[in-house]
Design a protein around this ligand. Structure first.
Ligand code: ADP
Ligand code: 5GP
Length: 185
């Protein structure tokens, strides 16, 4: 039982379509405020050229399933044919934790941690197409991600995600930082 008045770290779920800017904004928030950190997910998808060194732990199906069966993930989901999972957070870490995960993962998190903050970063489809093409995604991949984006927008509304438009990186980062600061009060 946590004594009254003692603040526990926040969990901030950041979801949104591929190319919306989740990773970019999460990195900016950590640079801006060293008491924020980003969880590093496990995935079975192959690394992309635009992945940063610490974007994911890239594993095979066997490794993923073994970790899952051992209760190593707080949430996991299949997304466009690959597995993604958030490792159990370190209970001793006092930093506020960003989970950059899809909306189904966000649903699992808010069932387990109802106090989690849910933020959905969005961008117009035409701009999403431009950003995904810019990072080298194939046309068929872009189409699949846009369809998935439409499904996620609906699910995010049902879950009362706070929606932030990332048409301007500085503005969107500031808006999300303000959401975090309000939650800290
Ligand atoms: P996600 O993590 O949601 O897939 P990224 O953070 O990898 O998206 O961003 C996808 C691309 O869009 C990157 O090239 C990034 O630099 C660019 N980007 C992010 N935010 C903006 C913005 N507001 N305007 C223009 N380009 C952006
Ligand atoms: P990408 O392949 O673009 O890196 O990620 C595809 C989708 O999987 C994105 O919506 C991303 O947020 C989500 N994702 C990344 N890591 C996790 C995770 O650990 N759990 C869940 N549920 N989704 C994740």
């Amino acid at each position: 039982m946590i004594p009254e008045g003692v603040k526990t770290p926040l969990v901030i779920v950041i979801s949104g379509p591929g190319g919306a800017g989740k990773g970019t904004i999460a990195r900016k928030l950590c640079e801006k405020d060293p008491t924020i950190t980003v969880s590093r997910s496990w995935t079975t998808r192959a690394p992309r050229t635009d992945d940063k060194n610490d974007s994911y732990f890239f594993v095979n199906d066997y490794e993923f399933n073994e970790h899952k069966d051992n209760g190593g993930f707080i949430e996991w989901n299949e997304f466009l044919g690959f597995m993604y999972g958030t490792p159990m957070p370190d209970q001793d870490d006092e930093k506020d934790l960003i989970l950059e995960i899809d909306v189904s993962g966000g649903r699992q998190i808010c069932q387990k941690l109802p106090q989690a903050i849910l933020v959905f970063i969005d961008v117009e489809d035409s701009e999403l197409r431009r950003r995904l093409a810019g990072r080298g995604d194939k046309q068929s991949e872009i189409d699949k991600r846009l369809l998935e984006a439409e499904r996620e927008r609906k699910e995010a509304k049902e879950l009362n995600y706070q929606i932030v438009l990332n048409d301007d990186l500085t503005k969107a980062t500031k808006e999300i930082y303000e959401i975090i600061c309000r939650a800290r009060l």
